[in-house]
Design a binder for this molecule. Structure first.
Ligand code: ATP
Length: 200
């Protein structure tokens, strides 16, 4: 099952509840992508072919600022980078899901900020979208990351509008400070279990 939402909507917070309260394993695609960019030799080679050796520092760290400066002005390079990273993350998530299933997980969650933008929701059975009013999202990210309101707004503009994600949602979590999270998550969990049971 996929879970997404705009920056500051509370995806990670919701995932933590699934994980800790209900024992559902969670694959954090964005942090996994960062790990693979560092550790997957094929991916490192591909990125160096695309951006040159400067894509990594002499100490072997990923030179995010350098790569970002290139893809910012060259959208075709961003598409080429995504075409390398997305399949690598997809492969890792599939292997992880199979491993979790063998360990007895009834279902798993995959969290990604740009899940709909990248199309990775197409490989999943269900999609949860976490939503919250934009001023609250901005306030949360300003507090969490120390960014300015303008910086957060710029990031929001780089993401698909919430309404486009909602149109694809099987389940919605309202993380607006008005609705309690745990009952909503419990309800989704029960519905998923019921659907899985009816399929077997
Ligand atoms: P990003 O896309 O930036 O990774 P996210 O959608 O994963 O964000 P979180 O990191 O879960 O969002 O939440 C953003 C911030 O808001 C965090 O500091 C989190 O602790 C806080 N937050 C989220 N939901 C709530 C809530 N219901 N009550 C209080 N704080 C919350």
């Amino acid at each position: 099952m996929g879970i997404t939402g705009g920056i500051g909507s509370g995806k990670t917070t919701v995932c933590q509840i699934f994980q800790e309260a209900l024992g559902v394993p969670v694959f954090y695609a964005d942090s996994e992508a960062k790990r693979l960019i560092l550790e997957d030799p094929d991916l490192r080679r591909g990125i160096m072919d695309l951006f040159g050796a400067e894509a990594y520092t002499e100490e072997g760290q990923y030179n995010r600022a350098y790569v970002a400066s290139i893809v910012f002005s060259q959208p075709e390079k961003l598409a080429a980078l995504n075409a390398l990273v997305h399949p690598a993350v997809e492969k890792a998530s599939l292997a992880w899901h199979q491993e979790q299933s063998q360990k007895g997980a009834v279902y798993t969650l995959k969290e990604a900020a740009l899940m709909v933008e990248s199309g990775s929701h197409l490989h999943l059975d269900y999609l949860i979208v976490v939503i919250a009013p934009e001023p609250l999202r901005i306030q949360r990210v300003v507090q969490r990351d120390g960014l300015s309101e303008e910086q957060v707004q710029a990031r929001i503009r780089g993401q698909l509008p919430e309404a486009d994600k909602l149109a694809l949602a099987d389940f919605v979590v309202y993380n607006d400070g008005q609705h309690l999270l745990l009952p909503q998550i419990w309800h989704i969990h029960q519905q998923i279990l019921a659907r899985l049971k009816s399929q077997n």
